[in-house]
Design a binder for this molecule. Structure first.
Ligand SMILES: [Mg+2]
Length: 246
């Protein structure tokens, strides 16, 4: 679907993925974790490889892997290596890097720090969308912790509702989690847009439930599949507000 087919001016609700949509990887923290394991990596290089890894990870998710599976972080790091980090890690130490860093990032404290970076324009973008009358709901594949993470990040009070897959018993791309969020917010799918960073999870799941959907693609990494793509949440917000004449 092209972005021209999405009725941005007629939307009544915007649903957001959480991870790498509202709360992003703190790459400086990952750099620190890697350094403690003996790997000298630059946070900017990490950030670029992490974004470039998403289409690769998406292919695994499209084949049925859960974002919440214990080894999905391992797969994510493998995809980052394949997307450009491999020379800096070295083939001999690759398995050590992946297993040890995944363990550090998946620990309770590590996970909290990992998903803690909020791009500067997100609070204002959410506030402006809400002031324009749109309902804002997070629909996240998580472990029951995403509402606390959003509160810690200072975003919870800017949102009308937070739906966590672990609490609902369904995770994206199952349309049931989107239908649950629609029912709780009293919204209809054809007036709702979902924004997320993984095609097989966010776009496919939302479209299965009849919602409109856009994919975040900050660096033009996604060649396929075709769908409406935007650089970031701020850009999506500006398009919605402009279509409403605000
Ligand atoms: Mg995400």
């Amino acid at each position: 679907m092209s972005s021209q087919q999405i009725p941005f001016g007629e939307l009544e609700a915007v649903f957001f993925d959480a991870g790498n949509t509202l709360v992003h990887w703190d790459h400086a923290f990952v750099e620190t974790c890697a350094a403690e394991l003996g790997f000298v990596l630059d946070a900017a290089r990490l950030a670029r490889a992490e974004a470039a890894a998403r289409p690769r990870l998406d292919r695994l998710l499209a084949a049925g892997r859960s974002t919440e599976a214990p080894d999905t972080m391992t797969a994510y790091l493998e995809c980052m290596l394949d997307a450009g980090l491999a020379p800096e890690v070295g083939s001999q130490r690759r398995s050590h890097f992946v297993s040890q860093l995944a363990a550090a990032l998946r620990s309770p404290g590590g996970s909290d720090r990992l998903w803690s970076r909020v791009p500067a324009d997100i609070p204002e973008s959410l506030a402006r969308l809400r002031a324009a009358g749109l309902a804002l709901v997070v629909v996240s594949n998580s472990d029951g912790s995403i509402e606390r993470k959003l509160r810690d990040a200072g975003l919870r009070d800017l949102l009308d509702d937070v739906v966590d897959s672990a609490l609902v018993g369904a995770e994206k791309p199952d349309p049931a989690i989107f239908r649950h969020a629609l029912a709780r917010s009293g919204r209809v799918p054809h007036r709702t847009l979902h924004v997320g960073d993984l095609h097989a999870i966010d776009v496919v799941g939302a479209q299965r439930a009849g919602l409109h959907a856009v994919l975040l693609d900050p660096h033009g990494d996604w060649l396929e599949p075709p769908c409406a793509k935007f650089a970031d949440v701020g850009t999506v917000a500006r398009v919605i507000l402009a279509a409403r004449g605000e």
